[in-house]
Design a protein. Structure first.
Length: 227
């Protein structure tokens, strides 16, 4: 169910911004979990991760502890780190929170300023490009960014922070959904286009209905109809 265009080479990081070995491991493992290269139920060992990233085991331990606090892994001493599957309750909680936040904020987006409409159209174009390339992780990231742009536009910083807390779960669930239901790609693009069309028309009720239908269809797919 989030692409960044570079404006040029990034400046060399200062000492405080230097990427540590633990940071490298953290990013490697987190990316693998979110993109489902490390699926739920897989046991990761310190040795294999140290070898994959090219570091010693000490920064691996530091990174795994950080990921455990984020709820992605469960550490087992002397065994490794278990990638936690996404639970049915977690899915229900995420979708319920998304519906509450997104339906409210899409109403607040009307009348939508030209800048917002332009950004959403650009993100929809990114989704179409990634879908055509078969890049499900990038497609999911652009999908998530589309919704987050509407949430940010509402200007409620508390809601923005709440929505940001869902980011990793949304990305992980989104990639899993597209893998399980490849036909969902075109349906997602059509539903996002419907949300954008309603915003362009200045129709708050139609925009809210489009968001409800979009999230409701995601709910039916990931949890199963009738649940």
């Amino acid at each position: 169910m989030p692409s960044v265009t570079s404006a040029g080479p990034a400046p060399a990081p200062g000492p405080s911004a230097a990427v540590t070995a633990a940071d490298r491991v953290y990013r490697h493992v987190k990316q693998g979990v979110l993109e489902r290269r490390y699926e739920g139920g897989v046991l990761l060992t310190e040795g294999e991760l140290a070898g994959a990233v090219g570091v010693s085991r000490t920064p691996v331990r530091e990174a795994l502890l950080r990921l455990e606090t984020e709820g992605l892994l469960k550490l087992y001493p002397k065994k490794g780190a278990l990638v936690l599957p996404v639970s049915a309750q977690e899915i229900a909680d995420v979708l319920e929170t998304r519906l509450l936040v997104e339906e409210f904020t899409v109403r607040r987006a009307v009348p939508a300023p030209p800048g917002l409409l332009e950004r959403l159209a650009g993100l929809l174009g990114e989704q179409r490009r990634h879908a055509a390339e078969g890049d499900l992780a990038a497609m999911t990231a652009a999908d998530r960014a589309f919704h987050a742009e509407i949430v940010r536009h509402a200007g409620n910083q508390i809601l923005c922070r709440l929505y940001d807390q869902l980011r990793d779960r949304q990305l992980r669930m989104g990639v899993a959904l597209l893998h399980a239901h490849p036909d969902r790609l075109e349906r997602t693009l059509a539903e996002h286009a419907g949300i954008l069309d309603a915003l362009r028309a200045g129709d708050a009720e139609a925009a809210a209905a489009a968001v409800r239908g979009h999230i409701g269809r995601v709910d039916s797919l990931v949890r199963g109809p009738g649940r």
